[in-house]
Design a binder for this molecule. Sequence first.
Ligand code: FE2
Length: 193
Amino acid sequence: MPVPGPVPAHVVYRTRRMVEMLTWYETVFGAKPVYRNEALAFLAYDEDHHRFAIADLDIIAPGGRADDRGTIGVDHVAYDVSSMRDLLEAWSDLKQAGITPYWCVNHGMSASLYYADPDSNQLEFSVDCFAAKSDCSAYFAAMTADTNPVGVEFDPADWLERLRAGEDERALLAIDPEGDVSPIRGALQTMIA
Ligand SMILES: [Fe+2]
């Protein structure tokens, strides 16, 4: 089966014009940072925990040109899915078709499978870790320097088996704060200095 009911959720950009990008998205969308660290800003303008994220390549991969379309631009487009069980049943079927994710990670506010299409455009299918959007946003707001900023990787086969066995989805989605910080995978990984 295809991924059930994906709803467009957010877009992540890579840039060497961080200040201009933040200003533009605030001016046009009214989007404000909900979480920032040295290299990344997450922006929200409605009930969702983030609608944009912007990765600062001058921090992540210094030295490139500001107009290099090979590195700047869209990193990924994300779609919300309402159930991890449903998403993982689709993962299982897609695997049979030879389509597999390149990154499975629980970010804390949401847990995601990342895929690349035949042109290597990156997509994220994301399930909120909390029932209420406001609780996802609260997770962001409570993040500190000690919080895992990327997430903890998971094994989709393990999660699907546990969900099929009746394990509670919300309990499974609760991030382990002591879990190993996942490496960033995908195109951004190849650019990290
Ligand atoms: Fe994302």
